[in-house]
Write a protein that binds this ligand. Structure first.
Ligand code: 5RP
Length: 219
């Protein structure tokens, strides 16, 4: 099976967690795109979605799924999204698609985070995938220097502006042994909007696509 077939399998498997009549939190990326396709097939059974990016909003709307402003929504039962890495503690690196801030906001509102990922995203220790950090443009050099002090090698993601008008630094060379502490430390740097570590609040359920089928891991 190709990696995309594994992504598709988990995207469709996530439909089982969508309750009829609810508003669904929707992530960003190629795996989340499969979930959106699946959601399109039951669009008459849900009230709509809250989206974590302009790209997902466009895709949801193209399938006829109403997209709500998060400010007009009190609760979301589930948030379904991919990950760049996930560890056995269900902590994740996210933000490969530069949507980390909105992803973290929508995830925070949801009762359950359902992570959908192909098996290549499973790691023992987070950090092999460069850690994305969304930064206010004027703080880029300052934040980069601070990230070097933390042992990282930040790289400016060229030609990328986030949906919030900010830039991304991808931090290489990290072996993240205490993800909760690093999430706190980086989030506390002036100029940082969000770090793509989802550690204090990780996934509640992970659907992992393997050649033997979709494995469900519960936290
Ligand atoms: O965090 C994300 C976007 O900001 C994605 O969930 C992450 O990059 C995984 O992407 P894909 O499903 O395309 O492998």
């Amino acid at each position: 099976m190709t990696q995309d077939e594994l992504k598709k399998a988990v995207g469709w498997a996530a439909l089982q967690y969508v309750q009829p009549g609810t508003i669904v939190g929707v992530g960003t990326g190629s795996t989340a795109a499969h979930f959106i396709d699946a959601l399109g097939t039951i669009r008459d059974q849900i009230e709509g979605a809250v989206s974590s990016s302009e790209a997902s909003t466009e895709k949801l709307k193209s399938l006829g799924i109403p997209v709500f402003d998060l400010n007009n929504v009190d609760a979301l039962s589930v948030y379904v999204d991919g990950a760049d890495e996930i560890n056995p503690q269900m902590q994740m690196i996210k933000g490969g698609g530069a949507a980390l801030t909105r992803e973290k906001i929508v995830a925070a509102v949801a009762q359950k985070f359902i992570c959908i990922a192909d098996a290549s995203k499973q790691v023992d220790v987070l950090g092999n995938f460069p850690l994305p950090v969304e930064v206010i443009p004027m703080a880029r050099a300052y934040v980069a220097r601070e990230l070097v002090k933390l042992g990282g090698l930040p790289e400016y993601r060229q030609h990328v502006v986030t949906d919030n008008g900010n830039i991304i630094l991808d931090v290489h060379n990290l072996r993240i042994l205490d993800p909760i502490e690093l999430e706190k430390t980086i989030n506390a740097l002036p100029g940082v909007v969000t770090v793509g570590l989802f550690a204090a609040r990780g996934a509640d359920i992970a659907l992992i696509g393997t050649p033997d089928g979709v494995k469900t891991i519960t936290n």
